[in-house]
Design a protein around this ligand. Sequence first.
Ligand code: NAD
Length: 260
Amino acid sequence: MKLENKVCIVTGAASGIGKEIAMTYGREGGRIVIADLKRDAAQATADEIVKAGGTAMAVAMDVTSEEQVNAGVATVVKAYGGVDVLVSNAGIQIVHPIESFPFADWKKMLAIHLDGAFLTTRAVVPHMQKSGKGGSIIYMGSVHSKEASVLKSAYVTAKHGLIGLCKTVAKEGGPHRIRANVICPGFVRTPLVEKQIPEQAQELGISEDDVVKKVMLKDTVDGEFTTVQDVAEVALLFAGFGSNALTGQSLVVSHGWFMQ
Ligand code: NAD
């Protein structure tokens, strides 16, 4: 077991990538916190982990709310005694051409991706410092942390921003053995992506099939989607790694869409 008794908070873990990471961490012996806007779905994921023999709790949390993040982390510390791993994963997608991107949508995107990452990091770091054991902070970036695509100005800006936050947290955290890394997946067929296919077809005036083949997967080496399991494997590597040797990094998992 790579995460025995480690307290792991995963935001946005009621669905998609976050859920798979939570399930994987649960199988590796972690005590898992499903932190999500969707209270019932978060509880259902926690119940699934417990049913499979693991330990888990759900915390209703909007990651853009300072009060809810602080209260949620306080609840976790009271229940489990500390925090060892944070996966800042909650995210959404909103696509528009730049010239008609509503300011409210821009602000919402930056709030969820960047304020959420900042607020959750700031809430857990004191506990990782205090324990003397350090910890692992993992940000869910994207190939869009490295690359751009049309219609995604807010997403690309936010995902690039996470790399700056990660590097800073890695430097400040080093003396406390707090590591920070970014995972950069290619397209994964979750509800977030299912929603984008018809939206992009309409915005770009092409078929849904062409959105998948000619937009989403066009630059991969094999025309395949990345899977939630692929991403969870990398999240396990970052969470379980034993030293500061692996910090301040961003790892692309994208079927070769982006190569660095
Ligand atoms: P998803 O829609 O399946 O899950 C996202 C979860 O985040 C949902 O459970 C939702 O309730 C939660 N959430 C949304 N706003 C929240 C908020 N304010 N506070 C708390 N929880 C909130 O999406 P997914 O595809 O699993 O995406 C997860 C992360 O992975 C996102 O950061 C996304 O940008 C990133 N990502 C996804 C892909 C992909 O292709 N699916 C690729 C690269 C990166």
